[in-house]
Ligand binder design. Structure first.
Ligand code: NAD
Length: 371
């Protein structure tokens, strides 16, 4: 373990750079943390741990005990990405991605938050017409540890006639729905105060319970408006009128699909942060993977990881001003034309990973000490 102290109040951070472009984008996020520390006088203790392919190479397992210990004794976990082609053929327990699933399980992270914000300067990067997508700023809260992906019984078997059958079980308890609904309403209370709960209550009993419990939780948040819509209508509205949404709350499988649809509104996967919440410790990571095709080239977009740091300040440390400062710096870097290759459309300044990180730091300082 390499431990570093970055400067007031100490926040302990487990940093897991991981594989591929993970260490490159994490290095930029750490620069931003240092700038926030100096500008606002906080203290961050960073401890680095291996996960994924790097951990497999060093220790033989993708989520070593030392990493688990480091994470559960931190205030928040910042992850780069996991995944390395050389482990593609290895069995699941020895795959880098298994390390990430074990990490999420250790932290009890049952709610996944994915904002989809369209920055005006990137409007041409969206596949949708500018007049449709302009002003999109929504947050998907997806239930992460229940539903069809985890329900039992499950499996592949044969029936009495010898025909192959496959079984998955969609099961939700009242407690599972209540806890993720509260996270969505709390998030909405800090945003534009609207929750759209997405279900299929016209067909599924799980959705009928979901709708009833979400309505009960809503009574705890009288300032937040609640609407219920069916998942098929939601898929349609996301591309027809994304501005109608503030917070979308949904179960695991619907959230899996809708969050990728929403992500595409914003142009590049290199722009998308995420938070996984529920336990005492939040996990913050970019949505993208280890991008082996561009690893080591210094061209990866670090903004998703830097925006994940902003989410960490907002949701784990409740440092709202610091979070907003980072988000303003990202918006301004884009307004000034700075682009990594994934969002470059022939205009502005094409920059690499480090230069984009340096721009965000410079803009944080510029705002902190106006001329
Ligand atoms: P990926 O997200 O790594 O890459 C998809 C495409 O987007 C690639 O062309 C890549 O170059 C590009 N891209 C991704 N992030 C970028 C960034 N920050 N800047 C510029 N371009 C970027 O997905 P993949 O190629 O399907 O998977 C690669 C590896 O990552 C696999 O081993 C996969 O299992 C793993 N993975 C990990 C996570 C995670 O750690 N949370 C998520 C998805 C995939």
């Amino acid at each position: 373990m390499v431990s570093q102290e970055v400067g007031g109040r100490a926040f302990r951070l487990a940093v897991l750079p991981g594989d591929g472009i993970g260490p490159e984008v994490i290095a930029q996020a750490v620069k931003v943390l240092r700038a926030i520390k100096e500008i606002y006088g906080h203290r961050f203790e960073l401890a680095y741990f291996p996960i994924g392919g790097v951990a497999l190479q060093e220790t033989g397992v993708p989520f070593p005990e030392e990493t688990r210990e480091g994470c559960v004794h931190s205030d928040a976990v910042l992850l780069g990405a996991v995944g390395a082609p050389e482990f593609d053929a290895t069995p699941p327990p020895l795959k880098p991605e298994t390390g990430l699933l074990e990490l999420r399980r250790s932290l009890g992270a049952f709610a996944n938050l994915r904002p989809a914000v369209l920055h005006e300067p990137l409007i041409e990067a969206s596949p949708l017409r500018p007049d449709v997508v302009r002003g999109t700023d929504l947050l998907i809260v997806r239930e992460l540890t229940g539903g069809l992906y985890f329900g039992t019984p499950r499996g592949l078997e044969r029936d009495a006639a010898g025909q192959e059958i496959a079984i998955n079980t969609l099961r939700y308890s009242r407690a599972e729905i209540e806890r993720v609904a509260r996270i969505a309403f709390q998030a909405a209370a800090r945003r534009r105060r609207k929750v759209t709960s997405v279900d299929k209550a016209n067909v599924l009993e799980t959705s009928q319970l979901w709708r009833r419990v979400v309505t009960e939780v809503a009574a705890e948040f009288p300032d937040v408006e609640l609407e219920h819509i069916y998942v098929d209508a939601c898929a349609m509205y996301l591309v027809a009128n994304p501005r109608r949404f503030d917070v979308i709350l949904t179960e695991n499988m619907f959230g899996d699909i809708l969050s990728d649809e929403a992500a595409m509104l914003t142009g590049s996967i290199g722009m998308l942060p995420s938070a996984s919440l529920g336990g005492r410790i939040g996990l913050y990571e970019p949505v993208h993977g280890s991008a082996p095709d561009i690893a080591g080239k210094g061209i990866a977009n670090p903004l998703a990881t830097i925006a994940s740091v902003a989410m960490m300040f907002r949701y784990s440390f409740e440092l709202f001003e610091e979070a907003a400062a980072i988000e303003r710096a990202i918006a301004r870097a884009l307004e000034r034309g700075y682009r990594t290759a994934d969002i470059y459309r022939g205009e502005g300044h094409l920059v690499g990973t480090e230069a984009m990180g340096d721009q965000i730091v410079a803009l944080l300082w510029e705002e902190a000490s106006p001329a």
